[in-house]
Design a protein around this ligand. Structure first.
Ligand code: ATP
Ligand code: MG
Length: 497
């Protein structure tokens, strides 16, 4: 019996549907336009990458890499199907592929295959032997480990290195948008497939003006899409040298040790593993303790302190309002100096809509030359949620003109009129089958059409077309050229009528 249970989108993923998709497009078009005015160009990296790249860039100990990545084995291309050849033939193919470098040379894999063949008599022609062999072979890890990207900075840096972009005029300014994947607990504003819009500035110097301009661009974009009531938090986390962040982290550790008994289990553990993360804690009872901890701003080296002061001056110069937040930190070594975050209203605890910062060591960590870097990632899903909650959702997509036609001759004219109107940029609904004018007008109304163009055989032979305004029922007669002229005159550029 056929299984008739309905399919559903996988937990944590969702369909973006009309009319909401119009808002998504509007947000993305605004990003293209604003980022372009700041001299950024788009990059579209693949959505899967070698697991090793992501592990190195995002950090093997982070939750993202250790728990949340969708990782799978990619079967090496061109390998034979084990079901189509003898076990010895398959073994020889694997040997050949390893010798030619098509497959990672792994003696253990060969040894395992030989062991199975020697000890379990799998060369016999019996169906059972074949099944056991297939089961075994399919379980072998012969392919590369790849992962769906949980973020895109790693990809952009890989591409920068791979395509020798350090030979281009520096810095290289790139932006991207697209889906990211993290196996998190789904909740409002947190999905397993979510969308980010981000940008990176790679190469060149680390002048504070670069940091300030990147932040200015983010805030300009938010302003342009109409996201209001947001807050920009900034901080500097110094850099990874003995007289700067590491010295601070030691002081922080010592202070945390003293207060250890009053901290929760997670924070206690983090004193050793990642003390900066304790500052992230949202636990109520830890807040008074955190308030007394040493602050990194008081422990920055002279250059980092000067850089931070200059970033703040540069932001003021650009009229960008910010709040200093000494608890805004990043746990990885290559993050340095400027960090920032934008939070929005109405999103509950998932209120961060953008995170960013400087990461001067990352390109080198991925095998490139020492390269300065700074970037950010905006959570598009949360941005859209926030826009909708403040009443800026998309209007349903109507039609400019619904063509109500009746009769063979009228139909030919209707097809031509639809083509002309569409070429002039109007949204036109041309019903595929004939219907009575009453029915047609009803449907035009349901589709949210602004006008109905009424074409019967009479109208066509007289060359005088009737245009009905659906909102008030008024009608006017036009010749064909007059109609186009009229519609063009009432259309606001780029908008639906
Ligand atoms: P959070 O603290 O909210 O988990 P994060 O530190 O994991 O955020 P980043 O890795 O800095 O976030 O990603 C940048 C932005 O991407 C976040 O500010 C957020 O808007 C968005 N984002 C991150 N994870 C998700 C998710 N699972 N679903 C929807 N948006 C997300
Ligand atoms: Mg997260």
């Amino acid at each position: 019996m056929a299984n008739k249970s309905k399919f559903q989108a996988i937990r944590g993923t969702r369909d973006l549907l009309p009319p909401e998709t119009a808002l998504w497009n509007h947000v993305e078009e605004t990003a293209h336009a604003v980022f372009d005015t700041f001299g950024f160009s788009e990059i579209r990296p693949p959505i899967f990458e070698p697991t090793e790249l992501l592990a190195r860039a995002v950090g093997g100990e982070t939750d993202i890499v250790s728990k949340e990545m969708y990782t799978f084995e990619d079967r090496a291309g061109g390998l034979p199907d084990p079901g189509e050849m003898s076990p010895d033939g398959f073994l020889n193919e694997i040997r050949r592929a390893m010798n030619s470098g098509q497959l990672a040379n792994d003696a253990a894999v060969i040894a395992q295959l030989e062991f199975q063949l020697e000890n379990y008599n799998l060369r016999s022609d019996s169906e059972r032997a074949r099944l056991i062999w297939m089961y075994f072979v399919r379980g072998l890890r012969l392919g590369d480990s790849i992962s769906l990207r949980p973020e895109a900075t790693a990809s952009v840096c890989r591409a920068y290195i791979e395509h020798n972009m350090q030979q281009l005029p520096q810095p290289v300014k790139l932006y991207y948008m697209g889906p990211m994947f993290r196996r998190e607990r789904p909740q409002k504003g947190r999905y397993r497939q979510f969308y980010q819009i981000g940008a990176e500035v790679l190469g060149g110097g680390d002048a504070p003006a670069i940091d300030a301009e990147v932040i200015e661009m983010v805030m300009t974009f938010f302003d342009r899409v109409g996201l209001s009531g947001i807050e920009l938090d900034i901080n500097s986390i110094g850099h990874n040298a003995p007289d700067c962040r590491p010295a601070y982290v030691e002081k922080l550790k010592a202070a945390l040790e003293k207060a250890k008994d009053k901290l929760g289990a997670d924070s206690q553990r983090r004193i050793e593993t990642n003390p900066l993360r304790v500052l992230d804690s949202k636990l109520e009872h830890e807040q008074p303790i955190i308030a007394t901890l040493p602050r990194i701003a008081d422990h920055l080296c002279a250059e980092c302190a000067a850089h931070y002061a200059s970033v703040k001056r540069q932001l003021e110069l650009r009229g960008v309002f910010f709040k200093e937040n000494w608890r805004l930190v990043r746990g990885l070594d290559y993050y340095m100096r400027t960090t920032f975050e934008v939070t929005a209203k109405g999103l509950g605890s998932q209120n961060a809509v953008c995170g960013g910062g400087r990461y001067d060591g990352l390109v080198e960590l991925l095998g490139g030359l020492p390269t300065k870097g700074i970037g950010f990632a905006i959570g598009e899903d949360r941005l859209i949620l926030s826009l909708q909650e403040s009443g800026k959702g998309a209007a349903p997509h109507g039609r400019d003109v619904y063509i109500a036609w009746m009769g063979e001759r009228a139909y030919a004219t209707a097809v031509r009129a639809a083509k002309d109107l569409r070429n002039a940029g109007f949204s036109v609904e041309l019903p595929p089958t004939e219907s009575k004018f009453g029915k047609a007008l009803e449907r035009a109304d349901k589709l949210g059409s602004r006008y109905a163009l009424i074409l019967g055989d009479n109208e066509v032979s007289e060359g005088s077309w009737t245009l009905k305004t659906l909102a008030d029922g008024t009608q006017r007669k036009f010749t064909e050229p007059e109609l186009l002229e009229f519609l063009t005159s009432v259309k606001v550029s780029g908008e639906r009528l």
